[in-house]
Design a protein. Structure first.
Length: 865
């Protein structure tokens, strides 16, 4: 050092990309002419070198201004000349120094330098800074782990502040500028501070870097893991025999879709979805959903259609084969077929069959399909209250499916089926939307060529479908729907019709359904009578069919019990019972039975057999009235309970219900009281008002009717309509209420066998009512003999079957007075006559005290039916 100070002059070597700090031992090559020369001279003289960084690496031949001013004095430790003229040098840094001036630059660089001596004094501030630097160095090393252990020990043991900075800067992987900065700063405290700042930012950068690297690694690991698992799964699928090269099934679906003639919109949509499916993981839930969706599209009939039967005669035959009578409906269907013959594309008519249950509405729909040669589907709308049931759910919902319409179209397999919408009047709506509005889109010919199902997301053409709807009552069909339908009413059947239906259709059908075609089963007239009157008081034939099925099941059971079967019947049929030997086998058992039973009187000759079952060789069974009772137990409805034994205060009305026409008994009792009127039997408002009107009418016309004006004084009137659990309403009970009230007041019973219906007004007019056919059929069913109707309903009798017209005597009236004259023929209403002339309550009313007792007794002692 002293030598340097003395001489002040040194050989300088400019360094590229390298900063050497004191106490660092560094190897490097020297190749440039002036540098080589300088090194050689220094080595020869045994002098240290001055190493200083170049400002720009690219400069090959640097001048005075191309190097920094601060550098390091270094001792040559090793020097080796290489064959190419370069020198490999190992040096050790000694001290920092600043260039004073250049003394030589041509042959080599010689400079006079001023050494920067390290500060010896350690102030508390410097001590604190040293500690900070040391801590940060340790922290950095913990994260980076890039410093050699000897260097770490050297740093940790450094007690001179400048030495500490030199060691730290020399050993850390800092940028060249940072190193240069730390080398050049003169002030020790500033060096320490800067050193701390640089390490701090490096630590921060490194933590960030590590964090990012960690994330990237994790991501990479996951991708690798997924890839690995997928590969494994493919292998497993291969092992399981699942489609190896088409794991998502996209290709198979594409082929199926190509084979189908899809509308353009649908084909486009499918292409998009197929692409999406191809990109999905085969086992993911999304791909399963998409596959299901595409399968729905594949399965739907987009262009497939069945050819229509255009042969009217054939269609008529089929309709007649399936259903008895129902002329009007059959005619309408034949009309439709005729129009089809003239014009190939007819917008499907929407027929609506309205009638009581069991009148063949549903089965007629099936028959229409058969006669047209179309496929048949049926959807029951009873209880449907959610629009999604019609239109489906969006396919993003879990478990989503198309609505009932599209589901049924898939079932139909053709785009032109007969589509039966059953019980359209039983739909309701709530917060889940209005199914009726969705149905409107289905049924409206203007809209249904582009029906939108939420699940399909593409429109579906329903315009070729023939829709048939059924309902029990037109009132409950939402108006916009009713407006688009052609209503065909199917009223209940008469007893005669029921008998025919049972004989020609229900019995053969049920025999087949119960596997009894091989047996010889005959139902006699008496059986039908009994079934219709005693077991099934209904407008249609549903219960009749059920009871027939019931009987046949019992017969089947008997046959099985007796060892009868189709086989045994075949074997035995042609032979004569007597000629058969009796070996002990299943077949022979049947013969045995047959032989024994055939000893009984033959059935055909005696229609009313005492026994129900009279098997012969073909297991012959004849079902008559008695047999019905044997199979089904006691009758449920007793015949003639209604019309007989008329008491004062009782009248039979006729009501229209969704189940067909009904007999509606009305009872009135008058008892001692305070003039109150009580109405019981679950009556609706309109019926209550009718009762009030009837009462007022009687009071207003008491003179003509020859009843006392004071009949309500000190008396309570109780009007009761039995079967209280069933709500009743409607104005058509007006005349019945009047008749019952009058009968109670006058004490005269209504003529036996009379049923009546009609709305009344306060002035005594009798207004027409609806549902005449149903009501007349009900009167006939309940064995009434006379029927009273408003005159203006006379025209409605056209559709009444002849046998009903014959069985009933019809009476028509314009006014309530006329009606009462018919119902109470023994009383004359023309002239007010002395009250004494009329018997019953009128008499009682005239008498003072005891009379009231009689009245009460009359009313109470004569319970009505
Ligand atoms: P709805 O739909 O009107 O309630 P269904 O169509 O279910 O009645 O009919 C009930 C049963 O009665 C079916 O087996 C049907 O074949 C039979 N049926 C009803 N009317 C007739 C008829 N006119 N001719 C033959 N069978 C009939």
């Amino acid at each position: 050092m002293k030598l340097l100070l003395k001489r002040h002059e040194m050989f300088m070597v400019p360094l590229k990309d390298l900063v050497i700090f004191p106490r660092m031992v560094v190897p490097f090559f020297v190749g440039r002419r002036r540098s080589v020369r300088g090194v050689e001279e220094a080595a020869r003289m045994g002098r240290p070198l001055f190493l200083v960084a170049q400002k720009k690496n690219a400069v090959e031949d640097p001048g005075e201004h191309d190097v920094h001013t601060v550098g390091t004095i270094a001792r040559i430790l090793q020097m080796m000349k290489l064959p190419d003229g370069k020198i490999r040098l190992l040096v050790e840094g000694l001290d920092r120094a600043v260039i004073g001036r250049y003394t030589e630059t041509k042959e080599c660089f010689r400079v006079i330098v001023r050494p920067m001596a390290p500060a010896r004094e350690v102030t508390p501030q410097i001590s604190a800074l040293m500690r900070t630097v040391l801590t940060q160095f340790t922290q950095f090393n913990e994260i980076a782990r890039k410093v050699a252990p000897e260097a770490v020990t050297a740093v940790e043991s450094a007690d001179v502040p400048d030495v500490l900075v030199d060691l730290v800067a020399g050993n850390l992987p800092l940028k060249l500028e940072q190193k240069l900065e730390l080398l050049s700063l003169e002030n020790t405290a500033a060096r320490l501070e800067r050193c701390a700042a640089i390490i701090a930012s490096e630590i921060e950068l490194m933590s960030l870097e590590q964090e990012i690297t960690g994330k990237v690694r994790r991501k990479l690991e996951k991708t690798q893991k997924d890839y690995f698992l997928n590969e494994q799964m493919k292998e497993i699928q291969k092992e399981l025999g699942a489609e190896g090269d088409d794991p998502t099934g996209a290709r198979e679906l594409e082929e199926k879709l190509k084979a189908k003639d899809l509308p353009l919109e649908v084909a486009d949509k499918c292409q998009k979805e197929l692409k999406r499916l191809g990109r999905m993981q085969p086992m993911s839930p999304e791909s399963a959903l998409l596959r299901t969706y595409l399968e729905w599209i594949v399965d739907l009939p987009w262009k497939e259609a069945t050819p229509d039967n255009k042969d009217i005669e054939r269609a008529r035959q089929i309709l007649d084969e399936d259903h008895y009578d129902l002329k009007k409906v059959k005619e309408r269907i034949l009309d439709f077929i005729a129009v089809r013959q003239l014009k190939s594309r007819v917008k499907g008519p929407i027929l609506c069959f309205i009638g009581p249950p069991g009148t063949g509405k549903t089965s007629l729909g099936r028959s229409v399909a058969r006669s047209l040669g179309r496929s048949f589907v049926r959807v029951s709308l009873g209880g449907v209250r959610d629009e999604a049931e019609i239109r489906g759910h969006r396919k993003t919902y879990v478990g989503a499916l198309p609505g009932k319409i599209v589901q049924s179209m898939r079932k139909a397999g053709s785009r032109n089926p007969v589509f039966l919408l059953d019980e359209i009047d039983k739909m309701s709506s709530d917060w889940r939307g209005d199914p009726a509005s969705a149905l409107l889109e289905v049924l409206d010919p203007e809209q249904n060529h582009a029906f939108m199902d939420h699940y399909l997301e593409v429109s579906y053409d329903l315009s070729d479908v023939m829709f048939i709807t059924t309902a029990n009552s037109a009132h409950n069909i939402p108006y916009p729907l009713r407006d688009r339908m052609e209503i065909i009413e199917i009223s209940g059947y008469t007893e005669f019709e029921k008998e025919n239906i049972a004989d020609k259709f229900l019995v053969p059908k049920q025999i087949q359904e119960n596997g009894l075609e091989w047996a010889d089963i005959t139902f006699q007239k008496s059986a039908f009578h009994k079934l219709i009157r005693g077991y099934t008081m209904e407008a249609g034939v549903r219960n009749l069919e059920r009871e027939i099925a019931n009987i046949l099941r019992k017969i089947a059971r008997e046959a099985v019990k007796e060892g009868m079967s189709p086989l045994s019947a075949q074997a035995s049929a042609p032979s004569e019972p007597s000629s058969i030997a009796v070996p002990a086998s299943a077949e022979t058992e049947s013969f045995a039975t047959a032989t024994v039973e055939s000893a009984l009187p033959a059935d055909a000759a005696s229609p009313e057999l005492p026994t129900a079952v009279a098997p012969t060789s073909r297991h012959k069974v004849v079902v008559n009235g008695k047999a019905v009772e044997k199979y089904l137990g006691k009758e449920k409805f007793l015949e003639d309970t209604f019309s007989q034994d008329m008491k004062p205060g009782l009248a039979y009305g006729l009501a229209w219900t969704e189940l067909g026409g009904q007999l509606l008994p009305v009872e009135v009792a008058i008892v001692v009281g305070k003039g109150e009127v009580t109405l019981t039997g679950s009556l609706g408002d309109v019926m209550k008002e009718s009762a009030q009107a009837a009462l007022t009418f009687l009071r207003a016309h008491h003179e003509k009717l020859r009843i006392p004006a004071t009949f309500t004084k000190e008396r309570d009137i109780h009007v009761h309509v039995p079967e209280g659990a069933i709500p009743k309403d409607g104005p058509s009970a007006g005349i019945t209420l009047t008749a019952a009230l009058f009968s109670a007041v006058s004490g005269v019973p209504v003529t036996t066998g009379f049923a009546m219906t009609g709305e009344i007004t306060l002035t005594g007019r009798l207004l027409p009512i609806g549902g005449v056919k149903e009501k007349v059929l009900a009167a006939h069913r309940y064995k009434m003999t006379h029927i009273l109707l408003p005159r203006r309903n006379e025209k409605d009798l056209e559709e009444i079957p002849a046998e009903v017209m014959q069985a009933l005597t019809f009476h028509f009236a314009d006014s309530v007075l006329d009606a009462l004259a018919v119902l109470f023929p023994d009383r004359s209403f023309a002239e007010p006559s002395p009250l004494a002339a009329s018997p019953g309550i009128v008499d009682a009313l005239r008498r003072p005290e005891p009379a009231e007792r009689t009245l009460v007794d009359t009313a109470l002692d004569q319970p009505i039916v």
